[in-house]
Design a protein around this ligand. Sequence first.
Ligand code: B12
Ligand code: SF4
Length: 467
Amino acid sequence: MMKKMAIITSYFDGESYGLLGPQMAATVIQENTPYECIVIAVTHSDDKTVLKKALSGYFGREMPIVGFSSLSGREDLFLFAKALKAEGAVTILAGPQSDVDFSGETGWRDYPHRFRGLSECFSFALQGPAEQAIPVLEGIANGQWRNASGLLYTDDEGRIVKTPRQSWKNKFLRRVRWNNLYRVGRAGLENPTINSGQVLQHIGCPHAARAKLIEVDYPYHLDKKGDKKIRLKFRGCSFCDVSSDKGFYGALNSETVLSQIACLPEDSDGRKISFELINENALPGLPLLIRESSERGMSLTQINLTLRADWFLSNENYLREALHMARKLRMRIMLSSIGFESFDDRILRNLNKGLTVKTNIDAILLMRRLKNEFPLQWAYSNRDGANHGFIHPTPWDSPETDFNIQQVTASCRMHSDILPAHSVPLIIHHASGLADWIREIETSEKMLFERYVSVIGWWREALLGRY
Ligand code: B12
Ligand code: SF4
């Protein structure tokens, strides 16, 4: 009889996407250990009592081993994990940022207002590739789990011990069982239909490969003149969790990527469901990927791209080649997200975006030109479901930046096709580059900013006072 494991992950009501990270992890576990492993996607509105009942039904007499991944900072799920652990389940925090979220913010023992981590909610954390769970699961049975790689756990003296993590291997990134995702329904666990998936081509982001020294302004509410700066070294964009979590590992080989495409479910016409290609610089390899998929008899419907504006512009020729192929193959390419982030150069510099407002505008003009040339093959607009990154408010908003942004967005008529319905405020995760910036301000100005679980408040109301 198979042993059992479940992975709980955060989800949004009414959605129908797959979750590559947790679903790939469940696949690796199920195919390489004696454990059956499923993923349960939990929304804010799901009733935890019903979820608990579903878990008891699933585990039966087996010891519950419950992984948690991609929780999006949700406190209700941290508390749920804590309650399960108190009842004797093994709870594992895994996926992006699991190491820093388990161990807590830099210096929290000296500064009690800082985020103290989630070590009380989880039996241990597992950071990095999913295959590290193989010896852990063997070790749970014989008590030797602490020897595995990528682990964080609390020792008898209350110290957090960390074992070195393994590197990514193509071998374990080839397969995803997309039918292992469940939602909690009235009748227990239900298998939803997934309409879009993801395919991993780059681990991390090339922009995070290079460190750069940046002078970041103080928040406007603390320095209206804009004279005070903090000098810091950033790898990648200063707000980005990908750059701090994965850095840049590189590209997966094309066999691995094609094998992932082969795993995607098919629609009623026998075509692969649409997928997001995870690669910030996907254009140079896109024509080859489409050709090879087609040569292997895989019929694609839509590839969604998430690109940087500068790499989108500099690789226009590859995109045109891919669009001509798309025309022949009757498929679509959608630019589902460009991280514009801002239309003010000072804010872009503080975010270490590595590009200017001019690059963002040129990218928008190219997106629109391509729509005229390839109306059926190319999609980019918010009306098509694209969601381009626009971070607002930020700590550096001033009457001047507001004026600049309004000028640019109005003159380029961005509301019609580019701007999302709601901008996203700047979120500073405690392990991101900007977290170092706000901690520097706290120390030099003897100030305290409030923590909202794993996120640091930067706005005026989050200022708790001076010490
Ligand atoms: C594709 C993607 C999505 C997809 C699928 C997400 C998913 N969870 O698979 C969609 C579009 C649905 C999505 C939605 C969101 N995403 Co997203 N997404 C990404 C993206 C681009 C790639 C993630 C990925 O698939 N990587 C490849 C896989 C293979 O790596 P992985 O996830 O780390 O998983 C490996 C290991 O970590 C491990 N692992 C993962 N889970 C588990 C569990 C167990 C038990 C074990 C043992 C191992 C294990 O196994 C995997 C294989 O080795 C990343 C950015 C990036 N470039 O990495 C952001 C990212 C993961 N997303 C992020 C966010 C914030 C979101 C949203 C909250 C955005 C929003 N506000 O709507 C939602 C949340 C939905 C959710 N619960 O994930 C953040 C996560 C930050 C954080 N602290 O958790 C990231 C890092 C981007 C960022 N903002 O910096 N996202
Ligand atoms: S925000 Fe995008 S471009 Fe910037 S480091 Fe992160 S993944 Fe790379």
